[in-house]
Design a protein around this ligand. Structure first.
Ligand SMILES: [Mg+2]
Length: 211
C-alpha cells in the first residue's frame, strides 16, 4: 500500500497523463516576509508601534492604520533590497526539493510589491539563491495568480482572487490572519505531503481517465 501522496500522484498521472503542477507562493510561505517587515519597521521607526510577527489579525497592511503607520509601512517595504534579504521559512526549501524529487512540476508564483524598485528582480534572485536556476526559470511574477495555470496553489493570502476563475485549488499555508478560514491547509512545511495528497485526491475524485 503506497502512502497517500504517492497514490494521488499515480492517480493524477493516470487520469491526466502528466504530473500535477504545484504553484508555491513566496511571502510568508517560502520567505519570512513578516519577520523582516516587523524588524525593519522597528529599526527604521522605533517610535511607531507595530504588532509582533505572527500576531497580525488582518492580511491587509493599510486598512485601519493611521497615516503615520501607513507611511512607515510603505517606506519599509519600498526599501531596495527588502525582498532579497528575507530568511527562508523553515522546511520550505527542503519541501520544494522533495516535490521536485517526487516528479511534481513546481513553479514559484508570487506577486510583486509594485512600488519597490527592486522587488521583482530581488524575488528572482532569492529563488535562484535558495532554490536554484531551474526554479528561477519556472518562477511566475504576477499581480493576478488566477491567470496562472496549475493544479494547486500553496498560499497564505486569505482569498486569492483576480480576473478569471482559477484552474488551481488553494492549499492554504496557515498564518494568523487566515487561521479561521475553512478549506484545506498546512500549518507548516512538515505537513506538505498530507496536505497536497488531500487536495489532489479531492480534485481527482470522480474524474474519468483522460486516455
Ligand atoms: Mg504570501
Amino acid at each position: 500500500m503506497s502512502d497517500p501522496l504517492t497514490h494521488a500522484l499515480d492517480l493524477h498521472a493516470e487520469r491526466e497523463g502528466r504530473p500535477p503542477t504545484v504553484l508555491v507562493d513566496m511571502d510568508d510561505v517560502l520567505c519570512r516576509w513578516e519577520d523582516h517587515f516587523v524588524s525593519s519597521r522597528r529599526r527604521l521607526f522605533p517610535h511607531i508601534p507595530v504588532a509582533d510577527a505572527g500576531s497580525r489579525e488582518s492580511f491587509d497592511l493599510f486598512t485601519g492604520f493611521s497615516e503615520e503607520e501607513r507611511a512607515a509601512t510603505v517606506t519599509v517595504v519600498d526599501e531596495p533590497g527588502f525582498f532579497a534579504a528575507l530568511e527562508p521559512v523553515p522546511g520550505g526549501v527542503e519541501a520544494v526539493g522533495e516535490m521536485v524529487g517526487a516528479g511534481i512540476d513546481v513553479a514559484v508564483c508570487t506577486s510583486p510589491w509594485l512600488s519597490n524598485p527592486t522587488c521583482a528582480s530581488d524575488k528572482l534572485r532569492w529563488v535562484q539563491e535558495h532554490l536554484g536556476a531551474e526554479l528561477a526559470d519556472a518562477t511566475v511574477i504576477t499581480r493576478d495568480k488566477t491567470r496562472v495555470l496549475g493544479d494547486v496553489l500553496i498560499d497564505d493570502k486569505p482569498q486569492v482572487t483576480g480576473a478569471v476563475r482559477p484552474r488551481w485549488s488553494l492549499l492554504r499555508f496557515t498564518r494568523h490572519y487566515n487561521r479561521l478560514l475553512a478549506g484545506p491547509r498546512i500549518d507548516d512545511w512538515s505537513q506538505w505531503r498530507a496536505g497536497l495528497a488531500r487536495v489532489l485526491a479531492d480534485r481527482l475524485e470522480g474524474r474519468p481517465r483522460s486516455r
